[in-house]
Structure formats: C-alpha cells, structure tokens
Design a protein around this ligand. Structure first.
Ligand SMILES: Nc1ncnc2c1ncn2[C@@H]1O[C@H](COP(=O)(O)OP(=O)(O)O)[C@@H](O)[C@H]1O
Length: 206
C-alpha cells in the first residue's frame, strides 16, 4: 500500500514540476537587438522577424520619437543629432511597461550610445526579457546613400537630406563598434551579422 502511495506522490510531483516548467517557458520573453546604420534596413529585418515569430513587438525608438517628440527633440532629430539618453530612458521604460504582454521584442534604435546599453539592460530586467540575439547589419556607405535617396523621395523624412544623413552615419560609425564589442565580450555567440544586401533569409540569426 505504502509503495503505491509513494508512486502516486512521485507521479504528482512530476506532473507539477512539468507544469512549473511549462509556465516558466510561457512567461519567458526574449529580445532581439538590431544594430545597423541609417537606411541599412533595420525596419525590413524587424518585419521579417515579426513574420516568423508570433506575438512580437517591434520597438523603434525613431518611430516612437517621431510620434511623440516635443519641439526641442524634433529639432534635434531634424538636424541629425541624438536625443538625450535620459529622455530615451523614460520613453522606453514607459513604453515597455505599457506593452508587456509580448513574447518577443525587437529593439531597433537602442542602444545608440554606450550609456544606453545599461538603460536597455535595466528595462529588460524589469520586464523579465532575456537577450536572444544582437543582430548587426553590415552595409556599404554607397548602398546606404542610394537607399536614403530613394527613401527620401518616397517618405520625405526631414532628416534624410544628404548632409544630415552623412552626420547620422558618422554618429553610427562612432558609437556602434563599442556597443557591439560590449555584447560580444558578454557573449560572443549572441552576436550575429547580416549583410544589408543579402538579408532575405533571417532564419540563421534567429
Ligand atoms: N536611442 C536613441 N538615442 C538618441 N536619439 C535617438 C535614439 N533613437 C532615435 N533617436 C533620434 O531619432 C532619429 C531617427 O532615428 P531612426 O528612425 O532610428 O533613424 P536612423 O536609424 O535611420 O538614423 C535619430 O537620428 C535621433 O535623432
């Protein structure tokens, strides 16, 4: 009799363990961080990932700022300068807190400066989001400039004028290598590289 009771207890504990594991998996949220120069196709890659992974939120700091920016930030954006990290911190923490029910997050446009790595770390910890992959998009400057020209005809973004665009690329070239290095030093395997020209198949970086 005791033998059967012990077996029963073992069975119950196994089932409940499995239940806990399933629940943990269900609650785990994961993030992709996209790093790429202006016009390198971060939006395009984000769209591809969103198609592959259900319940994914694409978080573009540029889009969020364009929707909400005050006068001062608007003029910073128009002149190709960066908005202060303090404002980015508030904007991103509020936004993720208000949109916490996703399974996957794609961060596009953050971190843009080294100090924003820590800001994003904190937001991810507070919202129980783990880093899945940092995807770096490599792109030749000639291609970027051509794309910017095409895009500015279609979208008419105020910061897509050639001299402003060059400034944004220089800012990217100044900041991105140190940011990528931080993630590589933390975990080399989590940093994947994609070419901006040959990026139809994103499966291998997911
Ligand atoms: N993380 C950020 N920190 C500071 N400024 C930002 C950040 N993200 C976006 N911005 C501002 O918004 C502008 C547009 O950003 P975005 O749409 O990502 O453009 P792109 O990647 O094409 O340069 C940037 O040039 C900058 O002024």
């Amino acid at each position: 009799m005791t033998k059967y009771f012990t077996l029963f207890l073992l069975f119950v504990s196994l089932v409940s363990c499995n239940y806990i594991n399933k629940k943990d998996v269900a609650n785990k949220k994961e993030a992709y961080i996209l790093i790429g120069a202006p016009a390198s196709g971060k939006g395009y890659i984000a769209k591809k990932i969103t198609e592959k992974k259900k319940n994914t939120l694409h978080v573009s700091t540029g889009d969020l700022l364009r929707k909400s920016a005050n006068g001062n930030n608007k003029s910073l954006i128009t002149s190709g300068k960066l908005v202060s990290s303090a404002e980015i911190k508030k904007m991103i923490s509020d936004y993720i807190r208000e949109n916490s029910s996703y399974d996957f997050y794609i961060f596009d446009g953050i971190p843009r400066m080294v100090d924003q790595v820590e800001i994003l770390d904190k937001v991810m910890i507070e919202n129980n989001i783990e880093l899945k992959k940092v995807i770096v998009i490599d792109c030749d400057r000639k291609i970027l400039t051509k794309r910017m020209n095409d895009r500015s005809k279609k979208e008419g973004r105020s910061d897509d004028k050639i001299e402003i665009f060059e400034k944004r690329i220089s800012s990217y070239e100044k900041n991105a290598p140190s940011i990528v290095k931080i993630y590589q030093d933390r975990s080399f395997d989590k940093v994947a590289r994609l070419s901006c020209e040959n990026n139809n198949n994103v499966d291998f970086v997911l």
